[in-house]
Design a binder for this molecule. Structure first.
Ligand SMILES: Cc1cc2nc3c(=O)[nH]c(=O)nc-3n(C[C@H](O)[C@H](O)[C@H](O)COP(=O)(O)OP(=O)(O)OC[C@H]3O[C@@H](n4cnc5c(N)ncnc54)[C@H](O)[C@@H]3O)c2cc1C
Length: 452
C-alpha cells in the first residue's frame, strides 16, 4: 500500500483553494490545521505568514468551509476575497479531499481520500472542524425533498435546479434567512420562513445587535431582500406528507395547524459543533464545546481549536479565533493578544445567538412512538424511549451506529431524552477496511518520539 500523500484530484475551479497535485510534497507540518473553513483558513494563513510550514486539510474538494466553499465569484463576500488572496500568497499547503479519521499516536493523524490512506504528521495541531445542522425528527422528516436548510442551499450551489420550485424554510436560527435569500437569488419560490423562536426573543436579539454594526447592516440587507416572504415566529413543521416524495408540509403557527403544498422543505434547527475529532484526541469538552484558554489552546498542550467547535458564533468569530490560534501556535503571543477584544465581542454575540435560538420544549412532542429518530438504522422513538442513556440505546438498537455515526440522531436524542453523546471511538468517520488495516504500517513508519 502506498502510504505517501498521493495526487488529490483537481475537481474545483477555485484554484487557490484547492490542491492540484501533491506529488512528493512532504506530509510533515510544523502546524497542521484540520478544517478549511474561515477559522482554519485564518489560522493557517497567520501561522504560515511567520514562515512556518503549514498544511490545511479539508474533506471537501475545495477549501472555504460551509460558507465560502463553492461560492460563485459574483456572490462572494469581500472577506472571502481578501482571505483567498492572502491564502494564495501564504505558502500554506492545501490538502483537500482528505478526511481525518484517526490519531493512532500523538503527532500522527490518518486521513482517507477517495482511493488512498494518508499519514499526516504535525508539531502543532489546530482543530477547526466547524459545525453541522441540527435535525429534529417529526412525522415524514425522512421523505425525499425534506432537507437540511444549509444542505439544500449547498446542493443548489452545486447545481440542483431550484428555479420555480416551491420551498418552505423552517426550524430556527439565522441560517434560515441566509438560505432563503440564497434560494431566492436562484429563483426558488420561497413560500414562508417558519421560525420556532418567539417575536419577543427575536426583538431582544435585534436590540443586542446594537454593538455589532456589521451585523445590523447584514440584518437590514436580508430584511430588504426577504420583505415579500412571510416570516412566522412560534412556527414549526409538524408533518411532512407525500407519496414517496414530499408534497406538502403541515406547520404549527401560534398553536394552529396549516397545510402548505410545496416541492421542498428546507429544515434545520440551528447548528451543533463538530467535536468528535477533539473528543477522540482527548480535548476537554464542556456543554458540548471544546474548552480553550486565551490562546485557543485546548486542554492538550500544542493542540489548538478555533471556530464553531468552541461555540457557535458565526464567521467573524471563526476568523478571529482562527487568527489567534495560528499566531499562538507559532509563538506570536503578543500579536494574538491584540485580537482578544474582537474575540470577546464575538463571544457576546455567540451567547446571544444561543439564548435566542434555544429550542422550546414543545418541540420534544414533534416525534411520537412511530417516528424514526435514527435514519441510518431505522430506529423509532418508541424503541429508544425504553432506554436510559445513549450508550444503552446504541447497544440495544444500533441507534447512532450507521454511516453518520450519530451525527444526526445524537443531537436529536440529546434534546429529546437529555442523553450525552460525548464518547467517541476511532474511526471518527466510517473508513475503508484497507485503511484500518494500514494503521499498523503507519505506526511502523512513525519516527521514534514523533515530531514533538
Ligand atoms: C450547513 C451550514 C450552512 C451554513 N451556511 C451559512 C450561510 O449561508 N451564511 C452564513 O453566514 N453562515 C452559514 N453557516 C454558518 C457558517 O458556516 C459559520 O459561521 C462559519 O463558516 C464557521 O466557520 P468554521 O471555519 O468554524 O467552520 P466550517 O465553515 O464549518 O469549516 C469546517 C471545515 O472542516 C471540515 N472538516 C471537519 N472535520 C473534518 C475532518 N475530520 N477531516 C477533514 N475535514 C474536516 C468540514 O468539512 C468543513 O469544510 C452555515 C453553517 C452550516 C452548518
Amino acid at each position: 500500500m502506498d502510504m505517501r500523500i498521493t495526487e488529490v484530484a483537481r475537481l474545483s475551479a477555485n484554484r487557490e483553494w484547492t490542491c492540484e497535485q501533491m506529488g512528493s510534497s512532504p506530509n510533515r507540518f510544523e502546524v497542521l490545521v484540520i478544517g478549511g473553513g474561515p477559522a482554519g483558513i485564518a489560522a493557517a494563513v497567520r501561522a504560515a505568514e511567520s514562515g512556518a510550514q503549514v498544511g490545511v486539510v479539508d474533506d471537501n474538494v475545495a477549501l472555504g468551509g460551509q460558507i465560502w466553499r463553492s461560492v460563485h465569484s459574483q456572490e462572494e463576500d469581500s472577506r472571502a476575497v481578501a482571505w483567498r488572496e492572502r491564502f494564495g500568497k501564504s505558502g500554506v499547503t492545501p490538502l483537500t479531499g482528505l478526511r481525518v479519521f484517526h490519531q493512532p499516536e500523538p503527532g500522527l493523524l490518518l486521513a482517507e481520500s477517495v482511493d488512498d490512506l494518508h499519514e499526516l504528521r504535525y508539531g502543532k495541531l489546530i482543530l477547526a472542524t466547524g459545525a453541522r445542522e441540527r435535525f429534529l425528527p417529526f412525522a415524514g422528516w425522512t421523505l425525499p425533498n425534506v432537507m437540511g436548510a444549509g444542505g439544500l442551499q449547498a446542493m443548489v450551489k452545486l447545481g440542483l435546479p431550484i428555479r420555480g420550485k416551491k420551498v418552505v424554510i423552517a426550524g430556527t436560527g439565522p441560517l434560515l434567512l441566509a438560505v432563503a435569500a440564497n434560494l431566492r437569488k436562484h429563483r426558488a419560490e420561497v413560500l414562508m420562513i417558519c421560525e420556532q423562536a418567539s417575536w419577543a426573543s427575536l426583538a431582544r436579539f435585534g436590540a443586542s445587535l446594537a454593538i455589532f454594526p456589521s451585523k445590523i447592516g447584514q440584518a437590514l440587507q436580508l430584511r430588504k431582500e426577504l420583505s415579500s416572504i412571510p416570516f412566522r415566529t412560534n412556527c414549526w413543521p409538524v408533518v411532512a406528507s407525500g407519496q414517496g416524495l414530499l408534497q406538502s408540509v403541515t406547520i404549527s403557527h401560534d398553536g394552529r395547524n396549516e397545510t402548505v403544498t410545496c416541492d421542498y422543505l428546507a429544515c434545520g434547527f440551528h447548528v451543533v459543533p463538530n467535536v468528535e475529532l477533539p473528543i477522540l484526541l482527548g480535548c476537554e469538552i464542556s456543554d458540548g464545546v471544546v474548552q480553550v484558554d486565551d490562546a485557543q489552546e485546548t486542554s492538550l498542550k500544542g493542540i489548538f481549536c478555533a471556530g464553531e467547535p468552541t461555540g457557535i458564533g458565526g464567521v467573524e468569530l471563526a476568523l478571529v479565533e482562527g487568527q489567534i490560534a495560528g499566531l499562538a501556535a507559532t509563538g506570536q503571543a503578543s500579536k494574538a493578544s491584540k485580537l482578544f477584544g474582537e474575540r470577546a465581542k464575538g463571544r457576546r454575540f455567540a451567547r446571544s445567538l444561543g439564548r435566542t435560538f434555544r429550542l422550546r420544549p414543545e418541540l420534544k412532542k414533534l416525534s411520537s412512538g412511530e417516528t424514526i429518530v435514527c435514519r441510518c438504522e431505522d430506529v423509532r422513538h418508541s424503541r429508544l424511549a425504553r432506554h436510559g442513556s445513549w450508550r444503552e440505546a446504541k447497544l440495544h438498537t444500533r441507534c447512532g451506529m450507521g454511516p453518520c455515526q450519530g451525527r444526526i440522531c445524537g443531537p436529536a436524542t440529546e434534546f429529546l431524552f437529555g442523553w450525552k453523546t460525548e464518547s467517541v471511538r476511532p474511526p471518527v468517520f466510517p473508513a475503508r477496511i484497507r485503511s484500518l488495516a494500514g494503521i499498523d504500517e503507519a505506526l511502523e513508519n512513525a519516527p521514534i518520539g514523533g515530531m514533538r
